[in-house]
Design a protein around this ligand. Structure first.
Ligand SMILES: [Zn+2]
Length: 342
């Protein structure tokens, strides 16, 4: 994630000064201690089958988790914040559960034991206030497009789908998102197919084959044009709202050079199926390094005059570097987040 270099520097310096003055820990005196979470499950695969209504600001469907139990326990906990859980199933069997946001506690089928692999399907609906953000036109900005975009880091993906939302577990993932045409849904990994599901609605099915972490799962919905960047073995695209078609190139044209530099300098080939950069309106940060599909702020797109004093190269390079540092090599807990940014 890139917030602002200067602000980061000031925070880093304050941490140094505080650390030196106290003569002890390298941490701000106000820093909250971060603890590792002890796992009851090892998630293998997550599949979301959801309908996203970007005009109403809702998401509804199922989150299906295939996992192995790593403890003998009659229940397991998932993260599911501020949403309505309708039912939890294992195969055709409905399981009992209690939901006290953000914790969903599921009673496992009788006889379940450590080492067993099972698939839980959680049916839910939500009107997320965090995690998945809805952008729409208003009185003061009539041309703002309708969009929805997610921001999972650190623990906000639990506001739009139930899962295991902590960085110490990696799993493959699939998102099948049904959205009203002409909107498109963009996510991690490879686009398997696009099908018409009901009148005027299309289902975009994305799959990420290589394991990654829950907070890096992304979904962007909007009226997008895809601009492929040609000339590299990794398929790369920049996705923008039509209003940016004139100026997007200035910000992203060096992506392939930056990719070539990192592959050579790190000595490890880019590890994911593709690299998309998806430009969204009103983003909270400069960029967010979601696995294989970075979200970028539209504020980085600029005209020829501004280009004399401004460049997006630093942002593009920062987010691309995270595809190795943070995404391929991951934190065990949030106490280690500085390793991603370092
Ligand atoms: Zn970053």
């Amino acid at each position: 994630m890139k917030i602002h270099t200067l602000r980061c520097l000031i925070i880093a310096l304050s941490c140094c000064i505080a650390g030196t003055a106290m003569g002890q820990r390298f941490a701000s005196p106000n820093a909250k201690a971060q603890y590792h979470r002890s796992r009851t499950v090892d998630v293998k695969h997550l599949k979301l089958e959801i309908t996203v209504n970007i005009r109403k600001g809702t998401v509804a469907g199922t989150s299906e988790l295939t996992m192995t139990l790593v403890q003998d326990s009659p229940t397991l906990n998932l993260d599911a914040a501020e949403m309505t859980i309708q039912k939890v199933q294992s195969g055709d069997t409905e399981l009992s559960f209690t939901h006290k946001s953000p914790r969903l506690t599921v009673t496992l089928p009788k006889g379940s034991k450590r080492g067993d692999t099972l698939t839980l399907k959680v049916s839910y609906e939500a009107s997320p206030k965090r995690g998945l953000y809805f952008v729409r036109p208003d009185k003061t900005y009539k041309k703002r497009p309708y969009q929805a975009w997610s921001q999972g880091e650190a623990i906000d993906n639990r506001y739009w789908f139930p899962s295991y939302d902590f960085p110490d577990d990696r799993f493959s993932s699939e998102i099948a998102a049904t959205v009203r045409a002409p909107y498109e849904a963009i996510s991690n990994g490879r686009l398997i197919d696009v099908t018409w599901s009901k009148k005027g609605w299309r289902r975009f099915h994305w799959a990420q084959g290589k394991d990654h972490v829950n907070y890096l799962i992304t979904l962007v919905v909007g009226d997008y044009d895809e601009h492929p960047l040609k000339g590299h073995r990794v398929p790369m695209s920049v996705w923008v709202n039509k209003s940016h078609n004139k100026d997007w190139k200035r910000s992203f044209e060096k992506t392939i050079d930056i990719m070539n530099f990192f592959e050579e300098y790190i000595g490890y080939a880019y590890p994911w199926e593709k690299y998309d950069q998806v430009v969204v309106e009103d983003f909270l940060f400069g960029g967010m390094e979601n696995t294989s599909a970075t979200t970028m702020t539209s504020r980085t797109i600029h005209d020829e005059r501004a280009h004399l004093d401004f460049s997006s190269d630093g942002l593009v390079a920062h987010e691309l570097a995270h595809q190795w540092f943070g995404d391929l090599i991951t934190c065990r807990s949030w106490a280690h987040l500085w390793l991603n940014e370092g």
